[in-house]
Design a protein around this ligand. Structure first.
Ligand code: SME
Length: 176
């Protein structure tokens, strides 16, 4: 018990140290190890793709601070089509190569955009969004979709988020 209370104090101190005066706080780095354990529990014994994508997006919505949209676009033919998500209603179809989602999908690599207004071709679904991370979903060597997360904060996502999200998707993808 003592240990968990110490950890909580440490994480609050870290959140304070990470905060910038006058700017909205990103707050502490999420504990992706803990989120991974929660995810493993949620998807255990469930093989339905939509159910697992839906719970994954709800888990990230609950656990990641400073975000205003999280969800999936799934590859259908040559388009990315809106899948399970949390947040405001969003555009339903994105061409490969278009916007941040289509760019990450066609490169097969994670894209972090610190300021979406500086990204040529960014697709604005919510005017409040200022930064974004998109991680491709690759199963058996083939693209099946992307995970997209938006934030109302400039420069919300960093390489810690990228690594954490890519690791979580390694847990999720066998269940899709
Ligand atoms: N901004 C994305 C579109 C999807 S929404 O953010 C939910 C893009 O540029 O691909």
């Amino acid at each position: 018990m003592q240990q968990s209370s110490d950890r909580s104090v440490t994480s609050r101190l870290k959140a304070f140290a990470d905060s910038k005066p006058g700017a909205p706080s990103k707050t502490a780095n999420p504990d992706f190890g803990l989120i991974s354990k929660q995810l493993a529990g949620l998807i255990e014994g469930e093989t339905d793709r939509i159910a697992n994508l839906a719970n994954f997006s709800a888990l990230l919505w609950q656990e990641l601070p400073g975000i205003n949209w999280v969800g999936f676009y799934l590859l259908k033919g040559k388009k990315l089509v809106l899948g399970p998500f949390q947040g405001k209603p969003a555009c339903t179809r994105i061409d490969l190569g278009a916007g941040v989602c289509g760019t990450a999908a066609s490169m097969g690599k994670t894209v972090i955009v610190a300021d979406v207004h500086q990204f040529p071709g960014h697709i604005a679904c919510d005017a409040a969004s200022k930064s974004e991370i998109v991680v491709p979903l690759i199963k058996d060597g083939r693209l099946i979709g992307v995970l997209d997360i938006d934030s109302p904060l400039i420069d919300r996502f960093d390489h810690h988020d990228q690594q954490g999200l890519e690791d979580l998707l390694q847990v999720l993808i066998p269940r899709l």
